[in-house]
Ligand binder design. Structure first.
Ligand SMILES: Nc1nc2[nH]cnc2c(=O)[nH]1
Length: 167
């Protein structure tokens, strides 16, 4: 296989995965979920899929991407998605983007963006804008530090644990 045909193969695979993510998102609406779908792929294989289940499961963190990454970790038996790609029907919100960074995915591919989501009434864009505003203590949901002398005790315990599993 030449580099060119390999590139075409990868593009076709990505297109098929994105079509699948969009189908998951559309079906999610029909099944009572939010209009978002995502999947995690490794090599040429889909490891796991997910759709938005916030209202169905009473879980504000049950976004499509988080659901897909949770399922992928379970499937692979690991907390790291290194070597995997996250494909999502819509640009990840700040929570999902950070979750993907924590999961150490190799790459994220999305279709609709935060502006498309805003038209549908979702706050992804608003939250991205919030993160650009400082200080967070002045956000509509104030984020404030209560600085106690014991604040680093958990980290001290962590650093003293020789058999800790870093992530
Ligand atoms: N990308 C994305 N944005 C959202 N905004 C609200 N829910 C979701 C979701 O599941 N995925």
């Amino acid at each position: 296989m030449t580099a060119y045909t390999e590139e075409i193969r990868i593009q076709e695979l990505q297109r098929a995965w994105m079509d699948e993510a969009i189908n998951l998102a559309t079906n999610s609406v029909a099944n009572g979920g939010g209009p978002f779908g995502a999947l995690v792929a490794k090599g040429s294989e889909i490891v796991a899929v997910g759709n938005n289940q916030v209202t169905a499961t009473l879980d504000p963190t049950a976004h499509a991407e988080v659901s897909a990454m949770r399922a992928a970790c379970k499937e692979l038996g690991t907390f790291s998605l290194e070597g995997c790609v996250l494909i999502t029907s819509c640009e990840p919100c700040p929570m999902c983007l950070t979750s993907a960074l924590w999961a150490r995915v190799d790459r994220i591919l999305y279709c609709a963006d935060r502006h498309d989501a805003a038209v549908a009434g979702f706050d992804d864009l608003k939250f991205y804008e919030l993160f650009e505003k400082k200080p967070a203590s002045l956000w509509p949901t104030p984020v404030e530090q209560l600085e106690l002398p014991t604040r680093t005790a958990p980290f001290n315990a962590w650093l003293a644990k020789s058999d800790r599993v870093d992530y």
